[in-house]
Design a protein around this ligand. Structure first.
Ligand SMILES: [Zn+2]
Length: 639
């Protein structure tokens, strides 16, 4: 399963896992007989026990086959329970989902240390690859002793539920408010709604602060968790958890860090240009005192709780507000689309590339609409529940432009699942964690006005330069504004894991990075007990974040390469690969690799290069950059 949608930056992404029973089983049987270790019939969730003697290649193959079998049992049980819970929220379903997740965690923490016993044992390449993936596969590495494991499980559950249940209560002081004089408690959903809909400086500031108040109590727990998982990482041979996370990328942790910084230096001028223009607009709206022109932007004014998506500022900076932008939403509604038929429409994009249709079960098992008889989590996500092409979508589809894009994004995950589900379960992952997110978005970049026109949705496809600039601004506010945030969350965490700062210094480090990269600052001084990183899900949820930065760069790089294969001529932003079998064949080849090869090799299949490269995102936004540079003339940019 994998949570996705463009909103997954806010909500938890889940781990994608899976395997084809037949293959895993046959691997097990054939290797079982070739192995020097007798294949006893253990329950699948009993960790395999390794002999004390020196280990050989056959042991490694046997071990990996056992682990694939165990993981398959654990993951299938876990994802069935999760699906049941998220599509019908009851205390029983939740308890079952938590129990299955705990079972998976305990299995993983038993087998991961065993993988180290094969360091230095000669074995075939595919077995070695799986041992490597297993060793570095945990983002929350538990130490070996049972006491510490128990404490770690408590801490991680507590942190996650503190985030999930976070609320701030205060007496409403505004006399115009119907709740005036009464105490009101607001959760994240309500506070985010304020961030999106209000443009009152003080109202925004309070909503922004209220959400951060919920994170204060996390700090001691988080610091304790850091020290426990650092111990776990050290026990499997890493200096700290940050090094373990960075080692997931098939290169030295140092080189990976350097590559991320290199990518940032490529896109920084583009971000700075957008920042400069947006700040000028906010300056005009809120005045020189609140938004001075030589300082970072107050972090609560961008329409988003973390200032990571500035889409809501579109009306403030639309280049040609009088030219109505494409009204895809009305067109879709006029065509009478339903949630299911809109999903069919998105599927058609994939089949036009020569990819197979989704399985019939997809259409009967998915959840397309919010049911009226039970509570569900509407947050869009893509699943292979039983890891055998049991593809399902969970999404309360609205008939609008945003959800049309989200559907293409979600199906990107499904097509990844569909392309690799016959691999052993350890290899059923994206080439790296940025790829899974990036693939869906790559395809969504092809949902251009002219594609929608040729597909009969839009009556006309305006390529008027004014319409192009409006569309570029809309996309830039969404995608470019994200880049520095995508980069800095893990820059902060890597330094925390390294032990560079004590818990009392966490918040200061956080804000120094937010100011340096994003050019935003808190609206008022932070208190010594504040722990603002905890107000972002992925920190208490312990989910690595660099994947989103990678995905944002990668989607443009893949898009450009696929466009070249499709024979596209003209500016990159006008390209749609719809209907291109050539692009589809290359894409299929990449997807089918899963995690069986280091990611640079997967990248090369489509792009011909093994290096991530941000020049495509710069190409794509060339018209916007020219416009911004013109607007910024005479302004002093930077902070
Ligand atoms: Zn996604």
């Amino acid at each position: 399963m994998r949570s996705s949608s463009r909103r997954s930056l806010i909500s938890p992404p889940q781990r994608s896992l899976g395997a084809l029973k037949g293959i895993a089983l046959s691997l097990f049987v054939s290797l079982g007989s070739a192995s020097a270790t007798p294949a006893r019939d253990l329950g699948p969730l009993t960790p395999p026990s390794l002999p004390e003697r020196a280990l050989e290649s056959g042991d490694a193959q046997w071990f990996i086959a056992q682990v694939n079998r165990g993981l398959r049992a654990a993951y299938v049980a876990s994802s069935k329970a999760q699906w049941a819970n998220l599509t019908d929220l009851t205390p029983e379903h939740e308890a079952e989902a938590a129990a299955r997740a705990a079972e998976t965690m305990s299995y993983l923490s038993a087998v991961i240390p065993l993988a180290s016993r094969f360091d230095g044992v000669k074995t075939d390449a595919l077995t070695r690859r799986q041992l490597t993936l297993l060793k570095r596969g945990s983002t929350l590495p538990a130490p070996k002793d049972a006491e510490a494991q128990k404490r770690l499980a408590e801490l991680s559950t507590a942190l996650e539920s503190m985030y999930g249940k976070g609320k701030t209560c205060r007496v409403v002081e505004d006399p115009k408010d119907p709740d005036h004089g009464r105490e009101r408690c607001r959760d994240l959903e309500q506070l985010e709604e304020v961030m999106r809909s209000s443009d009152d400086y003080t109202t925004l500031e309070q909503a922004w602060e209220d959400w951060r108040l919920t994170a204060r109590e996390m700090r001691p727990l988080y610091a304790e968790q850091v020290s426990l998982i650092n111990r776990g990482a050290q026990q499997v041979g890493f200096k700290d958890v940050g090094e373990l996370w960075r080692s997931q990328y098939d290169m030295s942790p140092e080189l990976f860090e350097a590559q991320m910084e290199q990518l940032w230096s490529q896109v920084e001028p583009l971000y700075q240009a957008l920042h400069c223009h947006v700040r000028a607009a906010l300056h005009q709206k809120y005045g020189a005192e609140l938004v001075p022109l030589d300082q970072a932007i107050p972090a609560h004014l961008t329409g988003n709780m973390w200032a990571q998506d500035w889409s809501k500022l579109y009306s403030l900076v639309a280049p040609f507000p009088k030219r109505s932008s494409l009204d895809v939403t009305s067109a879709l509604r006029a065509k009478g689309f339903t949630p299911k038929s809109l999903t069919r429409f998105a599927e058609r994009f994939f089949t036009s590339l020569g990819l197979d249709p989704l399985p019939d079960t997809f259409w009967t098992r998915s959840l397309f609409e919010k049911p009226s008889d039970r509570e569900v989590v509407c947050h869009a996500s893509a699943w292979d529940v039983e890891f055998n092409n049991d593809l399902r979508l969970k999404m309360c589809v609205k008939i609008d432009h945003e959800d049309l894009i989200t559907l293409h994004h979600e199906l990107g995950h499904h097509y990844y699942f569909q392309s690799y589900y016959t691999l052993p379960i350890l290899l059923q992952e994206g080439a790296n964690d940025g790829f899974h997110e990036g693939i869906g978005d790559t395809l969504a970049l092809s949902v251009t006005p002219s594609y929608l026109h040729s597909a009969g949705v839009l009556p006309e496809a305006s390529e008027h330069p004014e319409a192009v600039l409006n569309e570029q601004m809309r996309m830039g506010l969404e995608k470019l504004s994200f880049l520095p945030f995508g980069l800095l969350v893990d820059m902060w965490r890597w330094r925390v894991f390294k032990g560079d700062v004590p818990a009392e210094g966490y918040n200061e480090l956080w804000w120094s990075l937010r100011e340096r990269f994003q050019g935003v600052r808190p609206p008022h001084a932070r208190a010594p007990e504040d722990f603002d990183p905890g107000a972002k899900y992925h920190v208490p949820g312990n989910t690595p974040y660099m994947r989103y930065f990678i995905a944002h760069i990668l989607q443009f790089q893949l898009h450009r390469a696929l466009c070249q294969r499709s024979g596209h001529k003209g500016p990159l932003y006008t390209c749609s690969i719809y209907g291109s079998r050539e692009a589809g064949a290359a894409l299929r080849e990449l997807l089918a690799l899963g995690a069986s090869k280091p990611w640079p090799e997967a990248l090369k299949v489509v792009t011909g290069t093994e290096e991530l490269d941000a020049s495509a995102i710069i190409d794509y936004f060339a018209p916007l950059k020219a416009y911004l540079d013109e607007q910024n003339q005479g302004r002093r940019c930077g902070w």
